[in-house]
Design a binder for this molecule. Structure first.
Ligand SMILES: C[S@@+](CC[C@H](N)C(=O)[O-])C[C@H]1O[C@@H](n2cnc3c(N)ncnc32)[C@H](O)[C@@H]1O
Length: 380
């Protein structure tokens, strides 16, 4: 496909997304209907669509309006290119520019939804504008080296065999930042043999800070695919690791992932007893990961956020009794919003005087990874 034909395809996909279709579904639908598109075309169209969604309002203003066409025109102007070179109407290129495609005046925006802006500012304070600006960019790809299988140098060498380059991060010995050929990861030997897992830097830093010691009983109360379970698995020997999720189907791949990683994990539908560490990586707005899933930025609503905070409070109520005396409760979100983070934990601590907070941290993209929140509490 020519660059102009890719733009036409992105316009079509974006129009479906703007009409309410989730981004992944709209892309899949387009790719199924476009057998002529090769893997390079599919990746390029995906990038165009996600770049546009990250900067939805500012690109719409630059491109004459909130349509797929407006987003593509605005995106070209934002990067200093002349849309007229692509919008020629020839072949599969979009129709030539007209007066309706002129920029709209006075649309100053940092691409945070209007209703959310006050909450965003209150949550991030003096970092609010800088974090909003970073949310308009692509996120770097991070890997976690699995210490059960390899050290960082061995993992880098194994990735190199598949021409994937990655650099260790000075902040954490197990964190690698991928610098080339990230799309080869899932087929690489290093990944297939469990030397590395895809995991953003911020949750890696959070998991590395948890109190984990040999022989401990650890419960991952919201295990999902097991990203946090496996991050803890490599931290100490002889752990009893139990994974739970209200939706067991979410843990379907966990046994296979654990095998690949060389970790022993027991799945529990109804966890009982007491644990030295209970992790609650709760469902959240995902506002810390909006660089990777930019359509969710525009889908979040006030009532959706209220539903999430109520669910988070219920999960905390259920997880807390499973923490043994002297044990820890680690509450985590990939959100940057205070109602899901600090305010949630303040309310929990007020209602549960047997818990005391020992650490609280909010990572933001200013730290290079996604937005991520951790509150660590001890019981008794
Ligand atoms: C943010 S995801 C977890 C991601 C996972 N920890 C990881 O690292 O891959 C939140 C998970 O909480 C689960 N969940 C939702 N409600 C729950 C509840 N009441 N109790 C336990 N888990 C719940 C969801 O099914 C979802 O898998």
């Amino acid at each position: 496909m020519t660059p102009a034909a890719r733009i036409s395809a992105a316009i079509e996909v974006l129009d479906h997304i703007l009409a309410g279709q989730p981004a992944e579904q709209a892309l899949l639908r387009w790719s199924r209907a476009s057998r002529f598109a090769g893997s390079g075309d599919r990746a390029a169209v995906r990038d165009l669509v996600f770049d546009a969604l990250r900067c939805r309002d500012s690109h719409a203003a630059l491109g004459g309006g909130l349509t797929g066409r407006g987003l593509m025109i605005g995106g070209l102007r934002a990067t200093g290119r002349d849309p007229a070179e692509y919008f020629t109407g020839q072949g599969h290129a979009p129709a030539p520019l007209g007066p309706q495609d002129n920029p709209v005046e006075d649309q100053e925006t940092l691409d945070i939804p209007d209703w959310l802006r006050p909450l965003w500012d209150a949550s991030l304070r003096d970092r609010a504008d800088d974090v909003a600006r970073l949310m308009r960019q692509r996120a770097p790809i991070w890997l976690r080296v699995n210490p059960i299988r390899a050290d960082a140098a061995q993992a880098v060498a194994a990735l190199g065999q598949d021409d994937i380059t990655a650099e260790p991060d000075p902040r954490l010995g197990t964190a690698l930042r991928v610098t080339a050929n990230e799309r080869r990861l899932s087929q690489s030997r290093a990944y297939r043999d469990g030397l590395v897992e895809l995991q953003d830097l911020s949750p890696q830093l959070a998991c590395a800070s948890l109190p984990v010691a040999p022989g401990m009983r650890v419960l991952d109360y919201c295990a999902g695919g097991g990203g946090k379970t496996l991050a803890v698995a490599g931290r100490a020997p002889d752990l009893t690791l139990v994974a739970h999720d209200a939706d067991p189907a979410r843990m379907r791949d966990l046994p296979k992932r654990a095998d690949r990683a060389g970790a022993r994990v027991r799945i529990a539908e109804r966890p009982t007893g007491s644990f030295d560490l209970v992790m609650a990586d709760v469902p959240c707005s995902g506002s810390g990961t909006w660089r990777r899933t930019p359509d969710s930025k525009w889908r979040l609503t006030r009532s959706g956020l209220d539903d999430l905070t109520a669910l988070q409070a219920r999960i905390l109520r259920k997880a807390a009794p499973l923490v043994g005396s002297g044990g820890h409760l680690a509450y985590m979100t990939c959100s940057l919003l205070d109602p899901e983070n600090g305010a949630q934990i303040d309310r929990f601590l007020r209602g549960n005087p047997d818990f005391r907070q020992v650490a609280r941290h909010l990572w933001t993209p200013l730290d290079a990874g996604d937005g991520f929140f951790l509150a660590l509490m001890v019981r008794g």
